[in-house]
Design a protein around this ligand. Structure first.
Ligand code: 6CS
Ligand code: FE
Length: 299
């Protein structure tokens, strides 16, 4: 398949234009779905949408309970789905827990979420990746600037920009405990990064990403054009962000954890092909390659 978004193919970074729409729904779908015209317009322009207090206090409490359970259960678990912080044993991320955890499994099929995603993507959808990022107090380290799509394209073979991350904030995200930082409008450009992907890059990149990160000049240009938005909101809020929007977050030196769960939904019309890096695909817990897990077929 033709590579529309080549990256990590040379020594020089390049900014390319996006070749895909942001809103895929037909006029009818866009009109009838849960998001109104103003919200859709904001998402199209900026590449994200923050919905404050999306879940009730009871639902948030229930999710927090499961978050703590997963943290406790996996304290000494050395399976690869559990990613530790660089330089300590604290849990940084847990991948794929929605398959075993009934609550998060149910949430991945919750029509309050999936109807918004299908409205934007204009098709049925499935969970491409699920993760919890704990960002614990004192020890939670940063996530350097990146476009998720760049990695999913190069390392997983996601052909087009037709996926959305849905992040549920499970603790209050303040300006000071490492909230997500986004560059509005950056989803309309694609930074083709310098470098070459080594085998099994994910084993280090999930702790600290060093490849597939944009160069300083591209970042500076994007920030000059779009500025930076800090996704601060109370626990229970929901953030939708486009797969190619440039984002990152600072470390957390406060005592207050910043824990968020992420469901990544991909369109069933955008299924993974062979990775564009030419290397072998990453494991299924990072990138779902089996159609059986489509939201449609599970529910
Ligand atoms: O490699 C990945 O798939 C992941 N890495 C980052 C830094 N963000 C998105 C995704 O979970
Ligand atoms: Fe990311």
């Amino acid at each position: 398949m033709e590579d529309l978004y080549p990256s990590r193919v040379g020594d020089e970074p390049k900014i390319l234009e996006r070749k895909d729409p942001v809103l895929y729904g037909s006029p009818q779908e866009l009109k009838e779905g849960p998001l109104d015209q103003q919200q859709l317009g904001f998402y199209e322009k900026n590449g994200f949408l923050l919905l404050d207090n999306f879940f009730s206090a009871e639902e948030v409490a229930e999710m927090q309970k499961h978050l703590h359970l997963l943290w406790e259960e996996n304290r000494n678990n050395d399976s690869p789905e559990i990613v530790r912080e660089p330089g300590s044993d604290e849990i940084r991320s847990i991948f794929d827990a929605h398959r075993k955890n009934e609550l998060f499994g149910r949430l991945s099929r919750d029509p309050r979420i999936t109807d918004m995603i299908s409205q934007i993507l204009g098709s049925d959808i499935y969970v491409h990746q699920f993760r919890i990022n704990f960002k614990p107090g004192f020890k939670g380290k940063e996530f350097y600037w990146h476009s998720d799509f760049e990695t999913w394209h190069v390392e997983d073979g996601m052909p087009r920009m037709r996926a959305i991350s849905c992040s549920i904030l499970l603790t209050d995200n303040h300006s000071y405990n490492g909230p997500l930082l986004l560059i509005p409008g950056s989803h309309k450009k694609y930074v083709s990064c310098a470098g070459k992907t080594p085998e099994n890059n994910y084993q280090s990149s999930l702790k600290k990403q060093e490849l597939g990160v944009p160069d300083n000049d591209s970042l500076a240009q994007m920030v000059e054009e779009g500025g930076i938005t800090t996704a601060t909101a109370p626990a229970g809020s929901l953030l939708l962000f486009e797969c190619n929007v440039m984002h990152g977050s600072n470390g957390n030196i406060t005592p207050l954890p910043r824990s968020n769960v992420f469901f990544v939904f991909n369109s069933v019309k955008n299924q993974l092909v062979e990775p564009f890096s030419g290397l072998k695909p990453r494991p299924e817990y990072l990138a779902n390659r089996t159609v059986q897990h489509s939201v449609l077929q599970e529910s």
